[in-house]
Design a protein around this ligand. Structure first.
Ligand SMILES: Nc1ncnc2c1ncn2[C@@H]1O[C@H](COP(=O)(O)OP(=O)(O)OP(=O)(O)O)[C@@H](O)[C@H]1O
Ligand SMILES: [Mg+2]
Length: 356
């Protein structure tokens, strides 16, 4: 792999921040590190950049062991969350900074700086002071500054978090197209699952200093490896249950809403968590071979392209069903029972939390 991070351990006093982490990125790939606040995303990114040292483990980049190399010898660029632009320098001086630091003369900086600004469509702002730019423009300058040195790897730490939703979506599309067209290898840090799904070829879902699952957007969504990934990527119905009977790979599970069948490997008596994606639930009694539960409808939310149906659930359970379009006909009214059905094969089963 182009970037290979192996067996990384990092602790601050007795707080283990990265816990035996492995991570790799192919050349030209756009990858996201997705996870909740404090799970170690920034620490891993800074370690790849050479700004934080590992207690154990190795980092290889472009056929070189860079584990012990300082940041300025790695040819890695970072776009920080707050952009970290220099307020006393204008736009082109900011973009040229990395070149100046490498001893490139002012005259020789001109062409690459102009090219980098053109890439982010900021060429007409070359002489502006940083203070006279909008958030989105500053973000573009930060990207130009990172790209001007032709890095082997571009690292971006929540690069769009300061932007409003519309601008963020525009920047995601633009940056993805730019990195693709230049064949740049990049790692994005985000805690926004939609952003991760939008910008990446693969997503590494991080939890407590480890990667729980690493895969393409569809794989993560349709085959979440753990209940954490099920929860973190996309919406789902989640129902607690106990395995009542095991027949080969077919489990009969008792829940607060009756018995359901699911494929999986668990022993009789195991406490489990059932997951079903909302679009797999149908608010009509199912055919033979499918699961059905009857619950009270609690809310119908029409979101334009889709309609969400919520049902009353017990304990920490959550029951949610998605219909495409504004399909409200045939649904009972709030408080009335509704029968939700889904295919047995679309039932995901995990060990119940706390008993793994
Ligand atoms: N220099 C440090 N000294 C002590 N603890 C640190 C240091 N840097 C990070 N940590 C701790 O390491 C853990 C992971 O921090 P990190 O910044 O990597 O999280 P993150 O996933 O980027 O979170 P966020 O989404 O909030 O940015 C946190 O508990 C944090 O307090
Ligand atoms: Mg962070």
């Amino acid at each position: 792999m182009y970037l290979d991070v192996k067996g990384i351990i990092k602790s601050y006093r007795d707080n283990t921040v990265l816990d035996g982490l492995d991570f790799s990125v192919a050349r030209g790939e756009l990858v996201s590190l997705l996870g909740p606040s404090g799970c170690g995303k920034t620490t891993l990114l800074r370690m790849i950049a050479g700004l934080v040292t590992a207690d154990h483990g190795t980092i290889r980049l472009a056929e070189r062991d860079v584990t012990g190399l300082p940041a300025h010898k790695r040819n890695v660029s970072v776009v920080f969350q707050n952009y970290a632009l220099f307020p006393h320098l204008n736009v082109s001086e900011n973009v040229g900074f990395g070149l100046a630091a490498r001893g490139v003369s002012k005259a020789e900086q001109r062409t690459p700086v102009e090219e980098a600004l053109a890439l982010v469509r900021m060429e007409q702002f070359a002489d502006r002071p940083i203070s006279a730019l909008s958030g989105g423009q500053q973000q573009r300058v930060a990207v130009a500054r990172a790209l001007v040195v032709a890095p082997d790897l571009l690292l971006l730490d929540e690069p769009f978090s300061a932007l409003d939703r519309k601008l963020r979506e525009t920047m995601q599309v633009e940056l993805k197209a730019l990195l693709r067209s230049r064949g740049i290898t990049a790692v994005f840090v985000t805690h926004d699952q939609e952003e991760a799904l939008a910008v990446s070829d693969r997503i590494a879902v991080m939890n407590r200093g480890r990667i729980e699952q690493y895969g393409g957007p569809m794989e993560l969504y349709s085959r979440p490896a753990t209940s954490f990934v099920l929860d973190f990527v996309g919406m789902s119905t989640r129902i607690a249950g106990t395995v009542k009977k095991v027949e080969g790979r077919s489990l009969l599970i008792s829940t607060a809403y009756g018995e359901v069948t699911a494929p999986g490997n668990f022993i009789q008596g195991a406490k489990v968590l059932l997951g079903v994606r909302p679009e797999h639930l149908d608010p009509v009694p199912g055919a033979a071979g499918s699961n059905s539960i009857t619950v009270a409808l609690s809310d119908v939310m029409c979101l334009g392209a889709k309609t969400l149906v919520h049902a009353t659930a017990s304990g920490a359970d959550r029951i949610i069903c998605e219909q495409s379009g504004a399909a409200q006909q045939g649904l009972p009214s709030t408080g009335e029972p509704v029968t939700l059905s889904w295919n047995v094969e679309q039932t995901l089963v995990y060990p119940a939390e706390g008993v793994q």
